[in-house]
Write a protein that binds this ligand. Structure first.
Ligand code: NAD
Length: 296
């Protein structure tokens, strides 16, 4: 069993750290929020007073932070991970961040002699709690092999996507596709409603026809056909519009940097930005059907 420093124990990091504790690891947690630290301490984590305090002597460091700027700060500063962790410590960042920041931390970690993995997740808070996240990893084969047993305690699927930054690249490509398919699914239901189609009939037909996709069959944006989808609970919980918008902005910035043509990704980013600006950032991203219907 390892001593694991866990930096950032918010909505995702909190339950992930608890799953590492359940697996028998020793967890030393650090977060800027005293309340969140107290929450993981009640499950058995030791409270660290700083990043330095958490990582000194730890076997593994896992971070789950809001954005690239926080990850650079936590890893690269004088009081940060690279300056204070043991040289043989395994470093894993599971935050969803821009590829440039991920690669900058990879480069600095490698220069300092560390094994580092970018390992963003899919599966949301429910997946973090249940330990069923998907981890998309970027780094060397050797680092991935070391990280796999740790990540498997927090997720059910752990995939090596490629080298430095490939985990982040896979995450934003997937989420751009998800946003586009969700908007397409919402448009189909909004059109069907105007044409007098019963949503259940449209679902039954499209879900076994060429329009079939995850946004339709697992996450249907109208109540009824898929009882577990957020549409059945007024779009509360699920994957917040604000987080989808964050990922779409990362995808657009990456597309511009790489010279990729993503017109539907750009349009999806604009539509989610408008929906969020209208006051719906906290609703599940499938609620965008309400804007397409002209309801909100
Ligand atoms: P969150 O805001 O709940 O948690 C982030 C935590 O990091 C906060 O508790 C904050 O206090 C802490 N933090 C910030 N700067 C810090 C620092 N310098 N030192 C220590 N702690 C610091 O966010 P979240 O929902 O847990 O998301 C974390 C990451 O996971 C994000 O990158 C997000 O995009 C990604 N993600 C979230 C979801 C989701 O459904 N919430 C799903 C997939 C991926």
């Amino acid at each position: 069993m390892s001593v694991i420093a866990f930096i950032g124990v918010g909505n995702m990091g909190g339950p992930m750290a608890k799953n590492l504790l359940k697996a028998g690891h020793t967890v030393r947690a650090f977060d800027l929020s005293a309340d969140l630290l107290a929450n993981v301490a009640s499950a058995g984590a030791a409270k660290a007073a700083s990043v330095k305090d958490a990582v000194t002597g730890a076997d593994v460091v896992v971070s789950m932070l809001p954005a690239g700027t926080h990850v650079r700060g936590v890893y690269l500063g004088d009081d940060g991970v690279l300056a204070n962790a043991r040289k043989d410590a395994l470093l894993i960042d599971s935050s969803t961040i821009d590829i440039d920041s991920a690669r900058a931390v990879h480069t600095a970690a490698e220069k300092a002699g560390f094994a580092f993995l970018d390992a963003p997740v899919s599966g949301g808070v429910g997946g973090a709690e249940a330990g069923t996240l998907t981890f998309m990893c970027g780094g060397s084969d050797a680092t991935f092999a070391k990280a796999q047993p740790i990540l498997e305690k927090m997720g059910k699927k752990v995939v090596l996507a490629g080298g430095a930054g490939a985990g982040q690249a896979a995450k934003i490509c997937n989420n751009m596709l998800l946003a586009i398919s969700m908007i397409g699914t919402c448009e189909a239901f909004a059109l069907g409603e105007k044409l007098g189609l019963d949503p259940q009939k449209l679902f039954d037909i499209a879900s076994t026809s060429s329009g079939q996709c995850w946004s339709l069959t697992t996450y249907c944006p109208v109540p009824g056909p898929v009882p577990t989808s957020p549409a059945n609970r007024e779009y509360a919980g699920g994957f917040a519009t604000a987080l989808m918008l964050k990922d779409l902005k990362l995808a657009q910035s990456a597309a511009q940097g790489a010279g990729a043509v993503t017109p539907l990704g750009a349009e999806a980013a604009q539509l989610y930005a408008l929906f969020a600006a209208n006051g719906h950032a906290s609703l599940d991203f499938s609620a965008i059907i309400r804007m397409l219907r002209g309801e909100v």
